[in-house]
Design a protein. Sequence first.
Lengths: 204, 204
Amino acid sequence: MKVVVILAHPDKGSFNHAIALTCINTLAENGHQIIFHDLYDEQFDPLLCHSEFYKKARLTACVRKHCEQISFADGIVIVHPNWWGQPPAILKGWIDRVIRPGVAYEFVGGDKGEGVPRGLLKARSAIVFNTSNTKSGREKRAFGDPLERIWKDCVFGLCGVRVFYRRMFNIVVASTERQRKKWLKETAGIINRYYPEKSRKKPS
Amino acid sequence: MKVVVILAHPDKGSFNHAIALTCINTLAENGHQIIFHDLYDEQFDPLLCHSEFYKKARLTACVRKHCEQISFADGIVIVHPNWWGQPPAILKGWIDRVIRPGVAYEFVGGDKGEGVPRGLLKARSAIVFNTSNTKSGREKRAFGDPLERIWKDCVFGLCGVRVFYRRMFNIVVASTERQRKKWLKETAGIINRYYPEKSRKKPS
């Protein structure tokens, strides 16, 4: 399987980087093809300009490459911190520019944008790993945990990705090394569950 | 009153620009001091880097200016389209960089980030205008309308801004000029309600 892994955290020593590395290593061990983007490291330009709005827009080589990769992906893994119930701006811009009409979705009917969209992504599953410094109960109660519906419904649901799993690790700032190791083990387990070894036979 | 108006849309001919202009004109007519930022026009850099994470970080002159302005604002008006249940990346980056610890909030207790935040903004009210090409019912049902809690709770609630009002205009792409004029009249009415004429006496 081709799996796209997208990471958005500015600190190379971050736990987000450790999560992404665990995903990559586990996917590689399982024999999958990995397309990895560390958006900060690559200095991805997150600004959608007006000329890129439309389906037939001329795209930069960088955006074109991202669009091709996401089109052909069998699986998608996203890793980012919870900043204000949303992804960091660089990843928001990746959504704005790469999850495009004609690539990730299209409109049924008039195609003027007011219709109901139809998903075009062929990926069967998307996994989102988040880090947070807010307790789960408070995140839900005080803030409504917007990231859940943003990724599950606004992005992947709309684009036709049926299987969705999200794991928010918290509280990272106060975590011990032991706890983080446990979380990375859990990360590998999640990847194994959704993207198992290629040669592994299904039980008969 | 000092009112900060933040606009995020790449097309100068957009309805978002018309909304922002209506806000500015109405605020000016009512005798308020306006601090206006068209983030796309100013090419605001939305990328929070690691060195900016901490309270005592060295900030760029641009971010420092934004922080001072938001600190002293009595009112805040935000204008942006609904892109994936979130603001455009440029505005997400404005949140990431300007709504900072020590400026907009601080942590009670250990101040290591795992505590409960306390709002520091002195603005008494924040108004958010959104445009959308999704019907309100579908936005709530299919996507959960993440923008409501993002702005109301994740951002302004956390930062101590008690009065919040949001208006989503839809469906913009299929709207008539008459409809848009009506919406701009409504925009002016909302501004008049929250930021009335300075000299207007309260009814005795």
